[in-house]
Write a protein that binds this ligand. Sequence first.
Ligand code: WTA
Length: 657
Amino acid sequence: MMSQNQPVETQETYPPSSDLVRGAHVDAAGYEARYAASVSDPEGFWGAEGKRLDWIKPFTKVKDTDFTLGKVSINWFADGTLNVAANCVDRHLATRGDQTAIIFEPDDPAEDAKHITYRQLHGHVCRMANILESLGVRRGDRVVIYLPMIPEAAYAMLACARIGAIHSIVFAGFSPDALAARVNGCDAKVIITADEAPRGGRKTALKSNADAALLHCKDTVKCLVVKRTGGQTTWIDGRDYDYNEMALEASDVSQPAEMGAEDPLFILYTSGSTGQPKGVVHTTGGYLVYASLTHEIVFDYHEGDIFWCTADVGWVTGHSYIIYGPLANGATTVMFEGVPTYPDASRFWQVCEKHKVNQFYTAPTAIRALMGQGNDFATKADLSSLRILGTVGEPINPEAWNWYNDVIGQGRCPIVDTWWQTETGGHLLTPLPGAHATKPGAAMKPFFGVQPVVLDPQSGEEIHASPTEGVLALKDSWPGQMRTIWGDHERFEKTYFSDYKGYYFSGDGCRRDADGDYWITGRVDDVINVSGHRMGTAEVESALVAHAKVAEAAVVGYPHAIKGQGIYCYVTLMNGVEPSDELTKELRTWVRTEIGPIASPDLIQWAPGLPKTRSGKIMRRILRKIAENDYGSLGDTSTLADPSVVNDLIENRMNKA
Ligand code: WTA
């Protein structure tokens, strides 16, 4: 059985209209020419593209990268200096100081939207920079940002960049424990948070989460608190600082720090197949060149366009395509605090109409959820401003693609299905709107400078012929690539460069069709993708076994109609503990507290035993099949220490649909 959301190859193609092609930055011939140039002469290509930024000291070197295991090192524009905030804000003041940089659309549609001009943004960023400095933050220090989707999140990111501090954003849906782990993981000096985060009509008490996290952090860590709702918070003098009050006093003069191109810009924790989340490190010059170029080309962004990416700034998509890419390009970017279904399933489309959005970028899980509510929510909105649609985060099933294309794009808007990762900094595979005839579910073509290869998972050999299927790797570096794992370069090499020597291994499987177009088939490791949120099964397992009644746990993904994948847990209880519905609830709550609501188990099956090899290794392949309700094709189970456990698991499987 194919997983429900796996794209099925189709012969249908959707060419862009000739009008669109005429106005586009890149047409078919342009793509071929620029792509060829980018791989035959990366120095020349990226040397020219690097000039899209303002450099304090221009770079003379372009690319210096090595994927050899044991000496992996990635440097771009290494001898240049620049400041990211100056590139995203200051340099626009002369030409578009009064243009809106950020449109803030609050959770509650009755609350007014805010339009923040580039000039106002400059003032906010400078004041926040001065506030951070007054709290003792210096160049190279880490600052954790734990904020809702409010403009202050953008000010905080850019303020860090301005003074050369490294930000690490923690998604506001993470629990105090997860927050504490990330604060300690990078030894942050300050947490920036808010009193409360309104979302979908409810409020999360962010400050009290931060209070709980701070109990597990060094007592020198300071907490800067933004007022969002005015909700009650407890206050510890000398540790907690009131942003709004300080901003009244703070100077709006702040000199941007001169940063090296390879100085870290941010850390962002993400899940892998083993162990705890790792701190992905992105640096200054290459990241910004790549975010800015992909934003312009992939979304066919033109001067004056209103761009809306619905992600949260807590994820890489929010970093690159709400903040850094759009602002580097002088765009107007929408920051939406709410959720797609509040007050009802028309919200996204109402916001598109209200702000006359031209490019709209979201995740397949949202499209599926909204599609399920019927067309009326969408058709009653005026969507005529939309020109380009995008998706990201997980494979999109053709049914959702077609709905997006027909009902939202009204057959007029190319869909860019962008494949990339926290690690890649920006899009790697995607169609370009004016260049490619899209196919429902295909990520299509490499972006400029990107050299994808399909490897045979067993031999590790490159497969040159098409059509084919295998694992997806990259042959050479691109400027937006992550540079290291914070504090653990060895883990970086081991995770990405050791399975297939000489390549960056993505962890995804893919097909390449007869036309040479790429289709992502999903993770081939123990990472699952729940509503477009990346989750390590190992993290959920370690949360479960931390519960006193749990002896052992194994977690796998299974196809879920809305979320893409759901979280399926096999749990072996301690001797003498009886399974019950209450215990199921208790474990669910437990995992939510340990990690956050996004990790909430969908299904928990009581497993008297887990299928293990004689050497004690859990056979996840078997557990995955049972969770997928595909137990007819379990394959060879003869190597199991106790084959009889499998029958019990099949009999009591939870996903009989
Ligand atoms: C998956 C999100 C299919 C993939 C930017 C990848 C996708 C992981 C797509 C990275 C897509 C992302 N089609 N799968 N268009 N985009 N993925 O780090 O499995 O949160 O490895 O970055 O999401 O997730 P991350």
